[in-house]
Ligand binder design. Structure first.
Ligand SMILES: CC(C)(COP(=O)(O)OP(=O)(O)OC[C@H]1O[C@@H](n2cnc3c(N)ncnc32)[C@H](O)[C@@H]1OP(=O)(O)O)[C@@H](O)C(=O)NCCC(=O)NCCS
Length: 189
């Protein structure tokens, strides 16, 4: 793997691009991260403006993958450059060449395939330039939109852990979806 890897330039797709978070993204990011519906299956509760400001500063500075748990949290931008969501890629293991994906889309921009396209760009990066072998996503199996996105990407359901987590006042299951490099390449071919 070519580590350290530095996020230097936006990654351009057909309709969306992945770019570093910028200070001017605050309003759009706050609108998303303070929305109870968006946060329903996320590990955090809707965020305050102060918390979003801190997170924006922290995530905008996360530009380098070198060691386990380093992550990227790029903005998903539409053709107007507007932030419509964020993606997440965590380097889970260097020897095992494993990464974890996550996603978040402004509800006004859901249902148009933008998350699918953004995730595809990140899988291309993961299995291309980064040389990862396996990419997985963990989710609450009740999160139907996220499950459907995993399936559209060709990720396989590999685990369903019963009541694995005390989550927002109740026991919740965890689902694990994954795809291997050769599987993503075969879909691309
Ligand atoms: C998970 C999440 C990112 C999925 O977003 P999404 O908009 O459903 O996913 P996509 O962008 O891939 O869009 C897919 C939908 O767009 C439709 N679509 C419309 N035009 C399309 C196009 N040109 N290309 C592809 N899909 C298109 C698809 O048919 C699909 O609709 P359906 O759900 O009715 O079948 C979103 O629900 C979200 O942000 N949820 C809150 C945060 C969250 O829970 N994150 C995950 C934590 S594990």
């Amino acid at each position: 793997m070519p580590l350290p890897w530095e996020f230097r330039e936006p990654i351009q797709g057909d309709r969306v691009s992945l770019d570093l978070l910028r200070p001017h993204d605050f309003d759009a990011l706050y609108a998303i991260q303070s929305d109870p519906e968006v946060c329903r299956y996320l590990l955090y509760e809707p965020r305050s403006p102060e918390r979003v400001r801190d997170v924006l500063d922290r995530d905008a500075a996360a530009t380098r993958l070198a060691a386990p748990d380093d992550y990227l949290q790029p903005a998903i931008r539409n053709s107007a450059g507007q932030l419509i969501g964020t993606m997440y890629l965590r380097l889970a293991s260097v020897p095992d060449k494993a990464g974890e994906l996550g996603w978040l889309l402004d509800p006004r921009f859901q249902g148009r395939g933008y998350a699918r396209e953004a995730a595809g760009l990140l899988l291309d990066l993961s299995f291309g330039e980064l040389g990862l072998h396996r990419v997985f996503a963990e989710l609450d199996p009740r999160n139907a939109a996220s499950v459907a996105l995993c399936e559209r990407l060709g990720m396989r359901r590999e685990a369903h852990f019963r009541e694995q987590m005390w989550f927002k006042g109740e026991w919740a299951d965890t689902g694990v979806y994954a795809i291997l490099e050769q599987e993503w390449s075969a879909r691309r071919a």
